[in-house]
Design a protein around this ligand. Structure first.
Ligand code: SF4
Length: 250
């Protein structure tokens, strides 16, 4: 971690800002045809169905410049985890370094949305956001993640109001997050606008739940389509492509 002085544009005013340069803790990098995923460690949720090794502290601190050396210039970059927004200054430092590298890379943040607020979104202008909404019902969300979903719901409204390129996704988990819940989420989203919505098929880990049947996912997609124009599922559009390879571990 090294402190430096940065001059820059912030909220449309030119003035010097002093920031503490901080590094994210990264566990590994995975590459696919069009994307490099940076797996960041640590998460503030405790999702009962989580299979990510990155929810705990692992990996090592690494700068955006060091990361950029591993990432081919033609790949978009996804910051995932774990939860990349846990320490906003670390994340902003990393993004700033990645943006300064050659090539016009698309940068995507995959987030649980709990830490996105107006100030952070102002700093994230131009970044694509993939936000998870685990459940609409507050009780169910609290039971599943250990946290309230109020901030996640407001983050989705803000992303829309601030005209971000973003999508919302929900994991279909048999007996827990099923079509009626997904219908509630789609209705909530449609009250904001015609938001892109993706339904993910749960990947079983242990005996928490089973893999959803194809007809269950199709049913959920059809239900969400009653409210929204752009609904996809991980069956036709995989988030983790088959040819994804780990290129570095830390
Ligand atoms: S938000 Fe993601 S990484 Fe964190 S506990 Fe939930 S599923 Fe795991």
């Amino acid at each position: 971690m090294k402190p430096i002085l940065v001059s820059g544009l912030a909220r449309n005013m030119l003035y010097p800002i002093s920031i503490l340069w901080k590094n994210m803790r990264v566990s590994y990098l995975a590459i696919s045809e069009k994307r490099c995923t940076v797996q960041i460690s640590g998460c503030n949720f405790k999702c009962r169905g989580c299979f990510s090794n990155e929810k705990g502290e692992c990996g090592m601190e690494i700068t955006g410049s060091q990361l950029a050396k591993y990432i081919p210039a033609d790949k978009e970059i996804m910051l995932a985890g774990g939860e990349p927004t846990l320490d906003r200054q670390e994340m902003l430092s990393t993004i700033s370094e990645l943006k300064n590298k050659p090539g016009k890379r698309k940068i995507i943040i995959s987030t649980n949305g709990s830490r996105l607020d107006k100030d952070l979104l102002e700093e994230l202008e131009g970044i694509t956001v993939h936000i998870d909404l685990k459940a609409y019902g507050p009780e169910l969300h609290r039971w599943y993640t250990g946290k309230d979903n109020k901030n996640v719901l407001s983050a989705i409204r803000l992303l829309y109001e601030q005209d971000f390129d973003f999508q919302v996704s929900t994991v279909f988990i048999p007996d827990i997050i099923e079509t009626p819940e997904i219908g509630d989420i789609a209705r909530f989203l449609s009250e904001i606008g015609d938001i892109r919505y993706k339904i993910m098929r749960y990947v079983p880990v242990g005996d928490f739940s089973r893999r959803p049947y194809v007809w269950e996912i199709e049913d959920a997609v059809n239900t969400a389509h009653k409210y929204l124009g752009n609904v996809t599922s991980s069956m036709e559009n995989r988030s983790h492509p088959k040819n994804r390879k780990t290129i570095a571990t830390f």
